[in-house]
Design a protein around this ligand. Structure first.
Ligand code: CU1
Ligand code: CU1
Length: 288
């Protein structure tokens, strides 16, 4: 039986407590750092050489889908009733709404050091010390809405702009491509500054602090954000019946993206799985 991922705003008090407790236990066991490490290791941007898997590439969606399944597996080994909830940022749009409550992820960081001081992941609670990161800070930081230069979360119509594109991805398959569902959702746009961050990227920017870098996994909202992104892939598939992950075959030897991206039937590191095998996970979980 497939399990169900729920809207974080719809969780009962008991469900919220069990989700938080499972996260803290995965952290206590020392398993959480492995997820942070994996994300940092696969953070290669398209300005560098080599294979891109997690970002700025067609496999952005299957990579994070498999990554979430691994974390969810770790949570469910602690408590088999737990699944990763999703944060619908088109609806819960303020620093006072879910998931920023004291019984879930805690709230905004304080001024001036952006340190999170409320909720179960506040450093002073003693359960969430950052051990693997790209900075030396041992505490979680946030700057919800980017206080010094405010930005808004993406809107429903911006998300719709991505969902209505019937093509999964297109050449050159990187952060510069202006068409295709994948980059419109991942959110590398043209121009400078905040106008260039769309959908997925804009949400990382809106949360700020720890969520800005390669170690963004250290903020548990990472999983709730990516569960909502994953849900969009499912919705896109339902809307565009028959549309598939692209490219279907690897770019040829003369192509600038040769050996730099993962095609539909190629192995998606660090796992022994292909995008093709991750397109339909309806037997594992579904969304409520
Ligand atoms: Cu990522
Ligand atoms: Cu992300």
């Amino acid at each position: 039986m497939a399990y169900v991922r729920k809207d974080v705003g719809a969780l009962t008090r008991a469900e919220r407590r069990r989700f938080v407790n499972a996260l803290l236990e995965v952290k206590r066991r020392g398993e959480y750092e492995e997820f942070v490490r994996t994300h940092i290791e696969h953070f290669s941007p398209d300005g560098e050489s080599g294979l891109r898997t997690a970002h700025m590439a067609p496999s952005f969606l299957p990579w994070h889908r498999r990554f979430l399944l691994d974390l969810e597996g770790a949570l469910r080994r602690v408590d088999s009733s737990v699944t990763v909830p999703y944060w619908d940022w088109t609806r819960d749009r303020t620093a006072g709404s879910a998931p920023w409550t004291a019984d879930l992820l805690g709230g905004d960081g304080r001024r001036p050091d952006q340190r999170v001081t409320t909720g179960p992941f506040a450093h002073r609670e003693g359960n969430w010390t950052i051990k693997v990161g790209v900075t030396d800070e041992a505490y979680l930081t946030r700057d919800l809405g980017r206080s010094h230069d405010p930005i808004e979360l993406p809107t429903r119509s911006e998300l719709e702009w991505a969902l209505k594109d019937p093509v999964y991805d297109a050449a050159p398959w990187d952060s510069t491509v202006g068409r295709g569902f994948r980059n419109k959702l991942e959110g590398w746009g043209t121009g400078r500054g905040s106008v260039s961050w769309r959908n997925h990227n804009r949400v990382h920017r809106w949360v700020g602090g720890t969520m800005l870098g390669a170690a963004s996994v250290n903020d548990p909202v990472f999983w709730l954000h990516h569960a909502f992104i994953d849900l969009q892939w499912y919705r896109w598939q339902r809307r565009h019946r028959g549309a598939r992950y692209l490219p279907a075959a690897p770019p040829g030897a003369g192509d600038g993206q040769h050996d730099r991206i993962v095609a539909r039937h190629q192995r998606l590191p660090p796992w022994d799985v292909t995008p093709d095998e991750l397109e339909d996970v309806g037997r594992i979980y579904r969304y409520a």
